[in-house]
Design a binder for this molecule. Structure first.
Ligand SMILES: Cc1cc2nc3c(=O)[nH]c(=O)nc-3n(C[C@H](O)[C@H](O)[C@H](O)COP(=O)(O)O)c2cc1C
Length: 163
């Protein structure tokens, strides 16, 4: 196989595409599309999300110390695109898209009720890597559609039609 140099910035693919929801200390809710995310510890369970400081959500996440990672099904594509291309700085985009919110159990951030899996995280550390600040979140609770969960609590991800 003959090879040439590829683009360094987009070399790791495929990547998960998630919606990260958050709440400021004044109670305002928001969510943004995130592609910089991944597992970063099995024990204790931790995930990380990379947020650019210019995002409106950045300050909400920073001040509250928590966030929710919401896995997204293709049925939610339009909402994903909207939340990933509009800022709370300009409009209440959750209201515009009529996003259904529910309360988290252990963190002060909303969960996106129409997403099949919602991962509640408390920030335990963060690393400024360059363009992004990677927030390391200890997983406090995982919500999943009841029809996707086995008796042991395992999630059947084959039921999600990922973006
Ligand atoms: C596919 C996709 C992936 C994105 N990944 C990230 C990301 O990893 N980190 C980030 O800060 N912004 C990312 N964005 C951009 C934000 O979602 C976007 O700037 C959003 O409008 C910010 O909203 P806010 O200003 O209300 O926080 C992504 C957007 C898209 C469409």
């Amino acid at each position: 196989m003959s090879k040439s140099e590829g683009n360094k910035r987009t070399c790791l693919n495929p990547v998960a595409k998630v919606l990260v929801s958050c709440r400021g200390l004044n109670g305002e809710n928001n969510a943004l599309a995130v592609g910089y995310c991944g597992n970063c510890s099995y024990d204790p369970p931790m995930v990380m999300v990379g947020i650019v400081p210019s995002r409106y959500s950045y300050h909400l996440i920073k001040e509250s110390g928590c966030f929710v990672v919401n896995l997204v099904d293709k049925a939610y594509q339009e909402t994903f695109n909207y939340l990933g291309s509009h800022s709370k700085r300009d409009e209440d985009k959750l209201a515009v898209m009529k996003v259904n919110l529910a309360e988290a159990k252990f963190v002060n951030a909303p969960i996106l009720a129409d997403c099949p899996v919602n991962i509640e995280c408390k920030i335990v550390d963060s690393i400024v890597t360059g363009s992004h600040e990677m927030f390391i979140g200890k997983v406090e609770y995982v919500h999943a559609d009841a029809k996707m969960i086995s008796d042991k609590g395992d999630i059947d991800f084959s039921q999600i039609n990922f973006l």
